[in-house]
Design a protein around this ligand. Structure first.
Ligand code: MN3
Length: 248
């Protein structure tokens, strides 16, 4: 499949209103989430300062993630991160035409409000677009090859990632990310931090993130975080994770 076809499909999957930046990266009036091509001709997800529409219905991830959790999570929790991010960015003179990824890479220069809400908005945008109705299996390709090379087998990768999610004390995220050498790594971060942040213990490009805040699962799973994690694998959209990895 050509990269331009991939790109069009990916944008269509994001939303009808998510604007794609031009290939030359020409500035738009305010940065919308979208896709650009990097110097190697690969596509990269660029996250703006607004929520993109969910790429599926609230009920589409049933029974793994229930409709009410999805609705509240997207419309209240994640919406609040986006609103508070824009408030903080405005107050702190952030150029919102630049990408959120760039801002997060220097987040220690800004307030705790910007760190928490900037991370919160980025993490949730990535999370929504890493899932789909029925899930999408990991096909043979570069990502699968590297996962097996790094972790021994796909099952072993899943176990290690699940452990990172289970063992995160309190609220936070588990990550599959690519480090600066494009090596695949598993880790976790507290609160709404992520590997893009220069102050994070783990650093790199997030490929797949799992929200283990209680608000992500409590209505259906209560204290059984491990059951939520075990079920979540069924809705992971590996096609989008692979596209992200190829773009790194
Ligand atoms: Mn959340």
């Amino acid at each position: 499949m050509s990269s331009s076809l991939n790109r069009r499909r990916f944008i269509a999957g994001l939303s009808k209103t998510a604007a794609a930046l031009t290939l030359s990266g020409t500035a738009v009036s305010s940065l919308a989430s979208g896709v650009i091509q990097n110097k190697s001709g690969n596509q990269l997800l660029i996250t703006g300062f607004d929520q993109t529409p969910l790429p599926y219905a609230y009920s589409d991830l049933e029974p793994v993630i229930d409709t009410m959790t999805m609705d509240i999570h997207y419309n209240r929790h994640a919406a609040a991160y986006a609103t508070n991010l824009r408030d903080a960015a405005k107050a702190e003179g952030v150029n919102m035409k630049e990408s959120l990824e760039k801002l997060l890479s220097a987040v220690s220069k800004y307030s705790t409000k910007l760190r928490n809400n900037g991370g919160g908005h980025y993490n949730h945008e990535l999370f929504w677009h890493s899932m789909c109705k029925g899930g999408a299996l990991l096909q043979d390709g570069m990502l699968k090859k590297e996962l097996i090379k790094q972790f021994g087998s796909f099952e072993s990768f899943q176990t290690q990632f699940s452990d990172a999610a289970k063992n995160r004390f309190g609220s936070g995220w588990a990550w599959l990310y690519a480090d600066k050498d494009k090596q695949l790594r598993i880790g976790s971060t507290p609160n709404q931090d992520n590997p893009l942040m220069e102050l994070s213990d783990i650093k790199g490009t997030p490929l797949l993130g799992l929200d283990v805040w209680e608000h992500a699962y409590y209505l259906k799973y209560q204290n059984k975080r491990a059951d939520y994690i075990a079920g979540w694998w069924k809705v992971v959209n590996w096609k989008s994770v692979e596209e992200r990895y190829v773009g790194v």
